[in-house]
Structures are given as structure tokens and as C-alpha cells.
Write a protein that binds this ligand. Structure first.
Ligand SMILES: Nc1ncnc2c1ncn2[C@@H]1O[C@H](COP(=O)(O)OP(=O)(O)OP(=O)(O)O)[C@@H](O)[C@H]1O
Ligand SMILES: [Mg+2]
Length: 263
């Protein structure tokens, strides 16, 4: 994927980030920068620390050591672990999105699809019922959910529809940074392909930055500009997606790439 990245400061700067669960390594000594408009894929086998890293970055987990700073809308770089609770909540509601692997974790299953999307708008101060409903319906259309399903609860949706609804709920407020944990995991192949197309279009249209955790190299190829390969909690390779996939340097990445012939 290509796009224009022309800002002079990173959106996110991560240095020496480690998270231990007791004696067990979650992730260790991870450093990178994420630039505005950039999509970073984090790949690696099960247990390599991808979710741990993502949760630390999204302040859903507090790391054992290391620093993460985020460029706020006023351009100030702030240590995300030193934000007040109110500031952190505000970021989560406005600037950031988090797409969970399991849509049920990111949706309210017993309120309507329209309300799931509208709720995020209300959280950023939108008060007009008609315009909230209009925007919500518009977003359902963008993720290919028919307008006549707006009053249905997500528990009446299929897995793929739930995932699309979760994406609409996250993107409706035009976040600057979206965290995604296996956004196409658990879906069948044809649904995955459509969802990936959709995500790719939305990311490009909105110019947002994203960190996408996946164990699927084809997802990384399609969505990301850069990728990091993790193994045993550490980043063992990091580079432009096409370079890493076409000319992997680390033996482990070579193994990973050669075992997936279709990428
Ligand atoms: N809450 C926890 N308590 C203890 N250990 C944990 C916890 N969560 C994760 N771990 C350990 O941290 C390591 C990294 O796990 P993590 O969930 O980050 O991996 P992952 O790359 O997301 O794997 P998967 O692809 O299976 O989702 C694993 O060894 C795991 O057992
Ligand atoms: Mg995981």
C-alpha cells in the first residue's frame, strides 16, 4: 500500500516497552515510531506478544517499563501513561479507536446497531437526534449494513456483520489512530476479503493511522505500509511491508514467509 506521509513528527513514539506477567515475558524492549497516515502490521505466531503490545499501546495494560508518547491534537507529545484518567478517557473516545478480535467485546450487544454507532457520536458532544441517526445510518451503509437493520441488535447479526458494525462504531468519530487486534480473525475467507477491501478503503479515505495485529501475512500485505515481526515477545524484524515479505532478513521471517505461498 502506498500513501503520502508528509508530517514532520511521529504520531506515536515507543521506546523500550516491556511487559512481564510475573516471570513470563509478554513483550520485551519494543521500540518504533508510527507516522500520521501510516498503517503498521504486527505479525508473529501465537503467544509472541502481539496482543500484549497492542494493549500496552492503547493503555489497556500498563507496561513494566518503557515509554510511549503520543502527539496530541495540539501537537504536544505526551507520555500516555501520565495522562489523567479524564484525558485518557477523552483520547479513547475521540482520537483513538480499538477494534477487538471478538466483536462482542467492542459492541453493546443489547442496544441497536444505530445506537452502537450513535453512542460514540454522543460521547464527542453530538446532541441532535436526527443528525446522530442520519450519520449512524450513513456509516452502516459504508460498512455495507443495510439501512433497514439500523434498529436490530448486534446479537441478531452474523459474525462478519458484527465486525463491520464494530468498525463503523470506531471510525464514526474520525479517530486519528486505530488499534486493531486480528480484525478479520474468525471470519470465513470470502467475508475476510470483503472486510479487508472495506478497511483498506476506509483507512485510505480517512487518512488515519493504524496498528493492526494479525497472524496473517496476506492481511499485512494488503493493509500495511510497514510491518514488525515478533517472536517470544521481541521484535525480530521491522521494515517496509513489501521489503519484509519479498526479502525477509531474519531466518524466522524467512520461514514464516516461505510457509505461506500465496502472499
Ligand atoms: N494475563 C496474562 N497473564 C499471564 N500471562 C499472559 C497474560 N496474557 C498473555 N500472557 C502471556 O504473554 C505471552 C504473549 O501473549 P499475547 O496474548 O500477547 O500473544 P499473541 O501474540 O497476542 O498471541 P495470539 O496470536 O495467540 O493472540 C504469552 O506467553 C502469554 O501466555
Ligand atoms: Mg493475541
Amino acid at each position: 500500500m502506498t500513501s503520502e506521509i508528509n508530517d514532520d513528527e511521529p504520531l506515536l513514539r515507543v521506546s523500550g516497552l516491556s511487559k512481564f506477567y510475573g516471570a513470563r515475558v509478554g513483550c520485551e524492549d519494543v521500540s518504533f515510531e508510527l507516522w500520521p497516515g501510516e498503517v503498521l502490521a504486527v505479525v508473529g505466531e501465537s503467544g509472541s506478544g502481539k496482543t500484549t503490545l497492542l494493549n500496552c499501546l492503547a493503555t489497556r495494560l500498563i507496561p513494566s517499563s518503557g515509554n510511549v508518547s503520543y502527539r496530541m491534537r495540539d501537537a504536544e507529545m505526551r507520555d500516555i501513561y501520565r495522562l489523567s484518567e479524564a484525558e485518557r478517557r477523552f483520547l479513547m473516545r475521540t482520537d483513538w479507536g480499538f477494534v477487538h478480535q471478538n466483536p462482542a467485546d467492542g459492541l453493546r450487544m443489547t442496544v441497536s446497531a444505530g445506537a452502537n454507532v450513535g453512542e460514540r457520536l454522543m460521547a464527542v458532544g453530538e446532541r441532535n437526534y436526527g443528525s446522530i441517526r442520519g450519520t449512524a445510518t450513513d456509516w452502516l451503509g459504508r460498512v455495507e449494513i443495510a439501512a433497514d437493520r439500523v434498529d436490530d441488535e448486534p446479537r441478531a447479526f452474523s459474525g462478519g456483520m458484527r465486525q463491520r458494525l464494530q468498525i463503523a462504531r470506531n471510525l464514526v468519530t474520525h479517530p486519528r489512530l486505530v488499534f486493531m487486534d486480528e480484525p478479520t480473525g474468525g471470519l470465513d475467507v470470502s467475508v475476510q476479503a470483503r472486510l479487508l477491501d472495506l478497511l483498506r478503503g476506509l483507512v485510505a479515505d480517512l487518512g488515519l493511522s493504524a496498528i493492526v495485529v494479525t497472524h496473517d501475512l496476506a492481511v499485512a500485505r494488503l493493509l500495511s505500509h510497514r510491518m514488525m515481526v515478533m517472536k517470544d515477545g521481541r521484535v525480530i524484524e521491522h521494515g517496509l511491508t513489501d521489503r519484509v515479505l519479498d526479502d525477509p532478513h531474519a531466518p524466522y521471517t524467512q520461514l514464516l514467509v516461505s510457509s505461506i505461498l500465496q502472499v
